[in-house]
Write a protein that binds this ligand. Structure first.
Ligand SMILES: C[S@@+](CC[C@H](N)C(=O)[O-])C[C@H]1O[C@@H](n2cnc3c(N)ncnc32)[C@H](O)[C@@H]1O
Length: 273
């Protein structure tokens, strides 16, 4: 029994009385649907997942997205603007891919990668060292909901495929806004369930059948990929998420669909008036 399962009351094993058919099917794995757990349980679940899939995380990320994830991060770093602190904060940095791409693209910046799963940070640090970027990128253990920096410390804060895992998205966005300078950017790259019915059906099959089957072959914790599908299906639509960014205090929020809308890049600015 995993540490996360021990946290759950037995009731979590029962089928939910919920409307959503998708959700009913999700219960077969080790992790219940994100809709069925409390925020605290979800955070434990996320910590367990990312500490158990670390070894194969990068490979599966690239393989399952057909290397699109590299293109999505590149699209985001090309839109970053550095003008005052020349510092970038990569929240939920994981194995540091966004931090590394930003440092390679913007040679005059320093980068901090923040994550609360030590196993991911260890792998991230190794990659930073291999790329000879240790002097410009530092990796810190910390929580997106309590970013250990004073206000106005960075020109840009970003989060790639991390916000989906944070129950209180607005609070995380507020923290990311707090630490950027007025006029600074907050960027979010996140996967989404496509809006068009035809593509939705195809993507549903991908998330429910293909992804878990591939994960069973390649991942040390295949159930984590049930969670992945479930968390994508339960993520807000692009317009709803953009509204959350506004609620967090960001202005001029824009979003860009990537690869037929399976992922979006969101950019908002900290008010400078
Ligand atoms: C899907 S991975 C994304 C990693 C990386 N940003 C990338 O582009 O591949 C999600 C990461 O978010 C981290 N995470 C989730 N919630 C967090 C929080 N509240 N504070 C810090 N890190 C968090 C997890 O530990 C995990 O490493």
């Amino acid at each position: 029994m995993s540490s996360f399962q021990r946290l759950l009351p037995h009731k979590q094993e029962e089928e939910p009385c919920n409307k959503d058919k998708i959700e009913l099917k999700m219960i077969i794995g080790r992790y219940p649907s994100v809709k069925q757990v409390t925020d605290t349980q979800r955070i434990s679940m996320v910590k367990e997942i990312f500490s158990t899939i670390t070894g194969k995380y990068d490979f599966l990320n690239h393989f399952l997205s057909l290397w699109q994830d590299v293109i999505w991060r590149r699209f985001a770093v090309n839109k970053m603007r550095f003008f005052k602190t020349f510092r970038f904060l990569d929240v939920a940095t994981g194995t540091s891919d966004l931090a590394i791409q930003a440092a390679l693209r913007h040679k005059n910046i320093r980068v901090t990668g923040l994550d609360f799963v030590q196993e991911m940070l260890v792998l991230g640090k190794k990659k930073v060292k291999r790329k000879n970027l240790s002097k410009r990128i530092r990796m810190l253990n910390g929580d997106a909901l309590n970013i250990p920096f004073p206000p106005d410390s960075f020109d840009v804060s970003g989060i790639a495929f991390g916000i989906r895992n944070i129950p209180d998205k607005i609070d995380a966005l507020k923290e990311m806004t707090r630490v950027v300078v007025p006029g600074g950017q907050v960027m979010v790259i996140e996967m989404s369930f496509p809006g068009t019915p035809f593509f939705r059906r195809i993507y549903y099959i991908y998330l429910k059948v293909i992804l878990p089957s591939l994960a069973r072959v390649f991942s040390p914790n295949p159930d984590a990929y049930h969670y992945l599908g479930d968390s994508i299906m339960n993520f807000p639509s692009a317009s709803d998420f953009a509204h959350k960014m506004e609620l967090a205090g960001l202005v001029d929020v824009k979003y860009y669909p990537l690869t037929l809308g399976v992922t979006y890049l969101y950019i908002g600015y900290k008010n400078d008036s």
